[in-house]
Design a protein around this ligand. Structure first.
Ligand SMILES: [Zn+2]
Length: 293
């Protein structure tokens, strides 16, 4: 089946940008699943890292442009860039290729505040310091996520959010803290999922009888369509499983599209139930050569 490059639902046009390829530990990405099972589809390098993407759906409706998540951006130190094998400039180059500029983005919805989702909300200036990456955008995040990211005393959570001050301080005036499920633009809503973090949110774009759900880190790759395949990072893996099952059932029944935050091959797909196993149907592939190889 020929891969499409965009989705058109009524007045909404949805494209998929990437903030590039990166690598992360395969064990962290698949939690309780043994390496022997995940390495077939996701071969690990000599540091046990697998190849991942940083998918950012871009939903355009007239003059409104809603970006979902922002990838890693250019804020990592040279040492961190090496650990995650991440380059720079991808998301802004992708926008440019569409004839758009950072100032054209009117809304950013952040699924949660881990560095690989919110890092690109700021840009490191050549002169030092950070500036908002999308100077006109309103930025939507759940209030609970903001509070935990800024104030947790728990050692694990503090480490998971250690970048947050650097990312949020330059955009503080643009942040809008949400209390639960909210329509942020006509046809575009966020829905709280929990699971990965306590206040992780999904983004649902719906128009003309069609829909896309960006499951964020609830189903980061195509392999995570399987119930027990969840990240070791999940704070409540059972909740992740429940939410994932509910949305995937909806996606199968109503032919919703599902997009994957970190799949290195597939940006988004429709899913079908093949004798109890979820399989991909129509899909939008990540273009070859995204990382220059
Ligand atoms: Zn992630």
């Amino acid at each position: 089946m020929e891969s499409q490059v965009k989705l058109e639902f009524g007045e909404l046009t949805i494209r998929f940008l990437s903030d590039g390829v990166w690598r992360n530990d395969g064990g962290c990405m698949f939690g309780v699943v043994p390496r022997e099972l995940w390495r077939r589809e996701h071969p690990a390098d000599d540091q046990n890292r697998i190849r991942l993407n940083l998918t950012c759906p871009l939903i355009v409706r007239g003059a409104e442009a809603i970006l979902v998540d922002t990838g890693i951006g250019n804020r990592l130190s040279a040492a961190e860039r090496k650990i995650f094998d991440h380059g720079d400039g991808w998301l802004l180059e992708g926008l440019q290729a569409l004839g758009m500029e950072p100032g054209d983005i009117t809304h950013v919805a952040l699924s949660h505040l881990h560095f690989d989702h919110c890092g690109g909300i700021v840009r490191r200036r050549a002169s030092g310091g950070f500036a908002p990456a999308f100077p006109r955008a309103r930025i939507f995040v759940q209030r609970g996520e903001l509070e935990i990211a800024r104030n947790s005393r728990n050692e694990r959570l503090r480490a998971a959010y250690r970048h947050v001050h650097e990312c949020l301080e330059p955009v503080a005036g643009a942040l809008e803290a949400l209390d639960g499920d909210t329509e942020i633009a006509p046809g575009v809503a966020v829905a709280v999922s929990g699971g990965h973090t306590a206040d992780h949110q999904l983004v649902i774009a719906q128009a003309g009888g069609q829909a896309l759900v960006h499951l964020g880190d609830i189903a980061p790759t195509r392999s995570h369509l399987r119930g027990p395949w969840n990240q070791a990072y999940d704070l409540d893996a059972l909740r992740t499983m429940e939410v994932k099952a509910a949305y995937l059932a909806q996606a199968v029944a109503a032919r919703w599209w599902v997009s994957f935050a970190h799949d290195e091959r597939v940006f988004a797909a429709q899913v079908a139930n093949d004798r109890g196993r979820l399989v991909l149907g129509a899909r939008i592939d990540v273009p070859e050569g995204l990382d220059g190889v």
